[in-house]
Design a binder for this molecule. Structure first.
Ligand code: PRX
Length: 663
């Protein structure tokens, strides 16, 4: 079957006894938003079920058709309905009398720098920003790049774009000028919203210079008319007159009322660039009605959200899809009070997250396994020093969670009592797809359990045949995870490249019309799903998706490098670590000891510090097949310190002796 080559630390999955499951406490199940009947309702009438979820939103014009899949794989959901996404996330809560409810408890990194924003205040802020963006000439369909730290203006900017039918493309503020430029260029953004700087680990770091650099050449210079700059750190910034504008001047002076227009349900809402198996990031397109329906529905049922009493905290940055769906659209569509934190978990010390939970009485906490493993390393005395008794639900996302981390999370952070939901999904799926319902499932540590009501997924073999649940006595059988029915929040394409969308996701099982997620998975004896990680050339480092090709292309861009191959090696802490093998150009074969640092630095500059290879091995040659393909599988064996797999297709198997000797 499939040979998994990018598996996170899941060594204890196979050993996890199937009886180690954690049913919801009876009092939790009794009050839960969603019970087993949700599965039955979706099973009985899937499209009717989604129509019902969509009708939880406020539609300016109700839809009559649920799904049009005649142009598969380009779906249209609720297509004849009209709505405004920002109205649904803000105005309607104020109109319902909840204007005084806090929407966002914002916690800056410097201790004491915080702000709580009510829904009424958020409405005024979003309206001002929408008026300001309109005054800058933006109209529906235009693109705005948002390159901001986790400050309230980031959320306000996203919602202001949504309000105008303008697409935002948020670029993680940890990305380099080079990465920002390629995204602005591909999206042909007219406006960039950024800040002078951001606080990271107690220091003010500049941000605007990266925008200036990104805009210093060709394509971006032509498309970008204005840069709107939020003053965050107060540091000096270079200024391009006419192009650069201060947020507080332009937005601050705008009217706090804005009458919003309703758009078609299929109005594009945002682009979000993500790594694929080639060097060029893909602009994943999401639209309005279907995306918001699934974002709100999953937020309500997976997190058992009670808007009047819960305080929800998703720790993801808005630069990633998790930040879009569960730090902005899902929670706000549901009228939630949420926490947004600007900084790192260890500033000023390791207690910060737990202090924030205590300070705001966080009831639902959603984070990534990497951070949970970091907490484990720090030791339980850190969380134990704070009162975490407000927590009633914990969530995990972004990478497979190893059972040991799952159990620790529940035992130490969750007082050995609260449900833990492991949520599997992707940038392309838009919202959660496979995960337990907390009031229903007897969750198993490490398993994403089952497709949510309304979602249909299966694990299949090379031929598309369903893999049967594992016989507990047999070797686990791993297959491809596919989604076999369209879903409302599914990507509507890759920006400007329909064919790439089809080729990337829909060609592997074209005959069946299934979406191939790129992940390997298996069923256990009960038929529950265990997602094992990527089986393509995409790495997952601390829950961040990075393509091997992207890192390779940064490396071969260095004069000294003739060839490069990058693989993800297993790492206890970060899931995977990036491991590069480079062959130096003949002219540089005598290059001294600085080359490795130079190469790591080059990747930082070209992409981001998160893509910097942990190890760079200078080797005499790369293992290749007769057709010239680099055999990454074997390099992964080396990186993981495993016995080499099958080397029979190599041109020259002795290359490995040379690689090992070079190490
Ligand atoms: O490999 C899967 C892994 O993250 C990939 C999607 O990455 P991205 O688009 O950046 O979105 C991350 C946040 C939704 C998937 O293909 N992944 C995500 N969540 C899980 C996971 N792997 C296992 N278990 C999860 N819960």
């Amino acid at each position: 079957m499939i040979r998994l080559h990018t598996v996170s630390p899941i060594s204890d999955i196979a050993a996890a006894p199937s009886q180690s499951s954690y049913p919801p406490p009876a009092d939790f199940a009794a009050q839960a938003n969603s019970g087993p009947e949700l599965y039955q309702a979706a099973e009985a009438d899937r499209l009717g079920f989604w129509a019902q979820q969509a009708n939880e939103l406020s539609w300016a014009k109700p839809f009559t058709e649920v799904l049009d899949y005649s142009q598969a794989p380009f779906a249209r959901w609720f297509a004849d309905g009209r709505l405004n996404v920002a109205y649904n996330c803000v105005d309607r809560h104020v109109e319902a009398g909840n204007g005084d409810r806090v929407a966002i408890h914002w916690e800056g990194e410097p201790v004491g720098d915080c702000r709580s924003i009510t829904y009424a205040e958020l409405l005024a802020d979003v309206s001002r920003a929408a008026n300001a963006l309109t005054a800058l000439g933006l109209t529906a369909g235009d693109r705005v790049a948002i390159y901001l730290p986790m400050i309230p203006e980031a959320v306000i900017a996203m919602l202001a774009c949504a309000r105008l039918g303008v697409l935002h493309t948020v670029v993680f503020a940890g990305f380099s000028a080079h990465a920002l430029r390629s995204r602005i260029d591909d999206a042909q953004a007219k406006v960039v919203i950024t800040s002078d700087g951001q606080y990271r680990r107690g220091a003010a770091a500049a941000l605007k210079p990266a925008v200036d650099e990104a805009l210093s050449t060709g394509g971006t210079q032509e498309s970008v008319q204005h840069v709107l700059v939020v003053r965050r750190t107060g540091s000096d910034v270079a200024w391009t007159p006419d192009r650069d504008l201060w947020w507080h001047d332009v937005v601050g002076a705008a009217e706090p009322e804005h009458a919003c227009e309703a758009f078609e349900a299929e109005q594009p809402l945002f682009l979000l660039y993500t790594s694929g198996t080639t060097g060029k990031p893909k602009g994943i397109v999401h639209t309005s009605g279907g995306y918001l329906t699934q974002a709100a529905y999953t937020h309500r049922c997976v997190f058992d959200l009670k808007p009047a009493t819960d305080v929800f905290w998703c720790t993801a940055d808005i630069g990633w899809v998790t930040g879009h769906t569960y730090a902005v659209y899902g929670p706000l569509a549901n009228g939630t009070t949420e926490v947004i934190y600007e900084g790192t978990p260890e500033y000023p010390d390791q207690h910060r997250h737990f202090q924030i939970i205590e300070k705001y009485g966080v009831t639902i906490y959603y984070t990534a396994p990497t951070l949970i493993r970091t907490f484990m390393k720090w030791g339980r005395e850190v969380p134990d020093a704070q009162d975490l008794s407000s927590l009633r639900l914990l969530g995990s996302v972004g990478e497979p969670i190893n059972p040991e981390a799952w159990r620790w999370y529940r035992r130490v952070i969750g007082a050995d009592a609260v449900p833990v939901v492991d949520t599997w999904w992707q940038t392309e799926t838009g919202a959660a797809m496979i995960c337990p319902l907390p009031g229903v499932a007897a969750a198993k540590p490490g398993s994403a359990m089952a497709p949510l009501p309304g979602i249909s997924a299966r694990i299949v073999d090379d031929h598309g045949d369903l893999i049967a649940p594992n016989d507990p006595c047999a070797e686990p059988v791993t297959g491809y995870l596919v989604i076999d029915e369209p879903w409302p929040a599914m990507a509507r394409g890759i920006w400007g490249d329909d064919q790439r969308f089809i080729d990337t996701y829909w060609s592997r099982f074209a005959e069946q019309g299934w979406y191939f997620a790129g992940d390997g998975a298996r069923y256990d004896a009960d038929g529950d799903i265990w997602v094992l990680g990527r089986i393509d050339d995409v790495m997952n480092v601390s829950g961040h998706r990075i393509s091997t090709a992207e890192v390779e292309s940064a490396l071969v861009g260095h004069d000294a490098v003739a060839e490069a191959a990058v693989v993800g090696a297993i790492d206890e802490q970060t899931g995977q670590r990036i491991c590069a093998f480079v062959v130096l150009a003949a002219s540089h074969s005598e290059v001294g000891g600085t080359i490795i640092d130079e190469l790591r630095q080059r990747v930082t500059v070209e992409i981001s510090p998160i893509a910097k290879p942990r190890n760079v091995h200078v080797v005499p040659e790369l293992p290749k097949t007769r057709s010239g393909k680099i055999m990454r599988r074997l390099l992964r064996d080396i990186a993981d310190g495993r016995e080499l797999g099958d080397t029979s297709t190599l041109v020259d198997p002795s290359v490995f002796d040379a690689i090992r000797a070079a190490d």
